[in-house]
Ligand binder design. Sequence first.
Ligand SMILES: [Zn+2]
Length: 232
Amino acid sequence: MLLRLAPIILAILYGLLMWKFSTWRLRKEMDARSELLEDPALHPTLDRLAQALDLPKIDLHLYKIDPVNGLAAPDGRIYVTRGLYDRVKSGFFTYDELASVVAHELGHVALGHARRRLIDFSGQNALRTVLMIALGRLLPFGIGAWVANMATSLLAARLSRRDEFEADSYASALLIKSGIGTQGQKTLFQKLDQMSTGMGRPPAWLQSHPSSAERIKAIESNERAWGLGQKV
Ligand SMILES: [Zn+2]
C-alpha cells in the first residue's frame, strides 16, 4: 500500500519544494528590483483605501520592470510595476484605475490566495502523477503523460481564474466602501484590452487571467447583486 502511494507522496513533496524554490527566487529578484514608492500624489488614493480597511496606511512598492502589472508578495507586500506607474504619471491611467489594481492585490492577500496557490500547486503535482500512472496503463507510451499534463494545466488555469474573480470582487467592494467606486476598475480593463489588441493572445479559456469582458461583466453583476445598478 505504502509503496503504491510513494509516487504520490513524492509528487506532493516535489511540488512543495518547487514552490518554495520559485517563491524564494521571485522574492530575491523582487527585492533586488523594487523599492518603496514615495509619491505624495498617491497619498489621497492610498489613504482612502487604508481608511476603508481601518489601516493606518498602505505601503505601495515599485517593481522596476516594464510590463504593466500589479503583484502581491506572499508576505503581503503590494507592488505595482514601473510600466504601470509610469503610465499613471503620464496620465494614461487614472489614480482611480491604479486604486483598482492595489485593491485587487489587497484582495489576493486578504483572501489568502498565496497559501491556496501553494496547496493547489502541490495537489496538482499529485494529481498529475496519479493520472500519469493510471493513463499510462491505458494509453500508449507518451500519450498518457500528455493527457495528464493537459488536464492538470486546465485545472490550474481554472483555479487561478477563480482567484482572479474573487480578488476582483473584493476590490469592487473595497473601492465602493472607500468612495472611489468601480468605474476605474472597469476602464482599466478596457485600456488594458486596447493595449493588447493585435498582440495575439491564447484563447481566454486557457489563460490564467480571465478576459477583460468577462471581468467587467462579473463586476457589474456584483453591483446588481449589491443593489447598486450601473451608476457607481
Ligand atoms: Zn490577480
